[in-house]
Design a protein around this ligand. Sequence first.
Ligand SMILES: *Cc1c(COP(=O)(O)O)cnc(C)c1O
Length: 368
Amino acid sequence: MSIFEELGVHCYLNAEDTFTSNGASCMGDETYRAMREISSSWVDLAELQRAAGEALARLTHNEAAYVSAGAASALTLCAAAAVSGGDRDAFLALPDTTLCGRDEVVLLTPQRNPYARSIAASGAKLRWVGREGRGVSLGELGAALTPRTAAIFYFVYHGAALCPPLEDILVLASANGIPVFVDAAAQLPPAENLWKYTELGAELALFSGGKGLAGPQDSGIIVGKRRWVERFLALGAPHEGVCRGSKVTREAIAGLYTAVRVFLSEPEEERQAKLLRKCELAGETMRRCGFTGLRIEPKGPVGQDSPRVTGVPDGVDAQTLREALRRAGLLVGCEGGRLSFHPQMMSEEQTKTACAILEETARRMKEV
Ligand SMILES: *Cc1c(COP(=O)(O)O)cnc(C)c1O
């Protein structure tokens, strides 16, 4: 009996997005193998974390790297490491910040998004700069930096058009001796983003392991300066404190490391060619079903280099079709009356199965 039958749980193909609620991505064979291998014996977790971090740093052209329990957990850890100043007593007292000399982190209001609560979870006070719906200037950001500022958090995608370029923020922050941490959780592909933000001057950049990297869903990677990674090793889980609930298993460390190695072994042009081929399969299917206004969007939902196909279905509204597809076992997106098919998470075989479901369902919906 399959686990689906045993638990009575539905099984889907995911052409929507790397949403955690959908299970995000599927891990590759090598990643599973590494996880299974490490799970059948024991390790010194600190030794494993350090060794995997060093290997990941080399792979990603960074000074240092650390495996976290996902990108949200990385936000909490980075904030805790910043406000505590690396002091053990200050760290152990978090989320109480009484012992922290610098207890604030600065964020840009146009970038407001729910993940910022993971920063607040550390105890750090969130200081938002700028007003809702308006642009923020570099001058306003500079004026918000005080002796209590421990770090600036910058989200790559959210509100980018209303914010100064990251490059300018990095110059300002550096002149004030404030570190900048970049949340690039869903900014893969392209692979070069694993080193782009830190090469620009961010102290740290963090990524989700379960999205573009196709690693374990409960893993993430933080890359950047060694002094921060040393703090994570000294203070992060399994040590006690505010990040204890974000513990990383040996399976997640082995899985994330392998996923990054596999991800980086594929030349970016090949990855893009494969993604485009899957988009073309979906696009041809949609054309046969009478979709109009079909186009391949070169970017994924948060601006990553991950093409998807969108179009307006024939004879049925997009949301109704989307719901019917879900009942048939296929998850797709829907925005402004357009159905969106994002193949990044699926193999070519899975994409073909997804196309067959799409064709069947769209034809049936047209008939009724
Ligand atoms: C998905 C996402 C996260 C959370 O990532 P997890 O790995 O699921 O914890 C954080 N920040 C941003 C911008 C994201 O898109």
